[in-house]
Design a protein around this ligand. Structure first.
Ligand SMILES: Nc1ncnc2c1ncn2[C@@H]1O[C@H](COP(=O)(O)OP(=O)(O)OP(=O)(O)O)[C@@H](O)[C@H]1O
Ligand SMILES: [Mg+2]
Length: 234
């Protein structure tokens, strides 16, 4: 469904991605893992259209999207839950969720998605009028994911959803992602928490200084000696 080929991205002439090739097949959970500053967020941002590709090609359901603006990619079904959540702290939970549906018009369909989001994250329903910034880190992450789902994506990309939240909630959030995936949403998950991400992923990629250096099933990568040494401290 998503194909990224030979993607290059730079910031003010400084290369951040030099060779990123990856695929997400329909219905799968794919993890993109690697240490600090290796280009995980840049990859997701480029797929979402927030960073410009210097070279390479991004295709979604066979269609080249490399030159499309973000809103068009969202309308095609690609949604990003950004690093650090980026919810609007001074707006209510409800307004934050509504903003996720900005490319949609049909009120009935939007309400149906809202009901689905409340099913996955009941806490949001009980806090609709609360200002988002007053919620706990874990609740804000659920809100950020809920907002991402309000676009009704077929591909949901998440940038370090476990960042800054209690371990118990990490489990809850990852379990919910598995549930969301079972309902037919494909997932591209970026994590520094390699072990947990690869444990739920059908397939994984390891990125290092802007290149994909290893790929395989979650199990293959967890068993890989280089991965164990470099990332798992084993
Ligand atoms: N806005 C920016 N301006 C300039 N350089 C940037 C910018 N954002 C990222 N970079 C650089 O691009 C490279 C890749 O960064 P990126 O944020 O994609 O990595 P990451 O794997 O997501 O890291 P982290 O685990 O810290 O989130 C790094 O060298 C980083 O310093
Ligand atoms: Mg990042």
């Amino acid at each position: 469904m998503l194909e990224v080929e030979a993607l290059k991205v730079s910031y003010n002439g400084v290369p951040a991605l030099s060779q990123v090739d990856l695929k997400v097949t329909q219905g799968s959970i794919v993890a993109l893992v690697g240490g600090n500053g290796n280009g995980k967020s840049t990859t997701l941002r480029a797929i979402a259209g927030l960073n410009r590709a210097d070279a390479g090609q991004i295709r979604f359901n066979g269609q080249p999207i490399t030159a499309l603006p973000t809103s068009k990619r969202v309308a095609l079904g690609i949604s990003l839950v950004p690093e650090g959540r980026r919810i609007f702290p001074k707006l209510s939970v409800m307004r934050n969720l509504e903003l996720g549906a900005y490319t949609r018009r049909d009120r009935h369909e939007i309400d149906a998605t809202l009901a689905e989001v409340f099913g996955w994250f009941p806490v949001l329903k009980s806090r609709l009028a609360q200002l988002a910034g007053t919620m706990s880190g874990g609740e804000q992450q659920m809100l950020a994911i809920g907002r991402g789902l309000m676009a009704k994506p077929s591909l949901l990309m998440l940038d370090e959803p476990s960042w800054g939240i209690a371990p118990k909630l990490v489990t809850k959030v990852l379990d919910t992602l598995i549930e969301i995936n079972r309902q037919g949403v494909s997932i591209l998950l970026v994590e520094q928490n390699l072990e947990r991400a690869l444990a739920i992923a059908n397939y994984g990629y390891v990125i290092q200084t802007g290149r994909i250096v290893l790929e395989g099933t979650g199990r293959d990568l967890l068993d890989n000696e280089d991965v164990k040494k470099a990332y798992l401290g084993l």
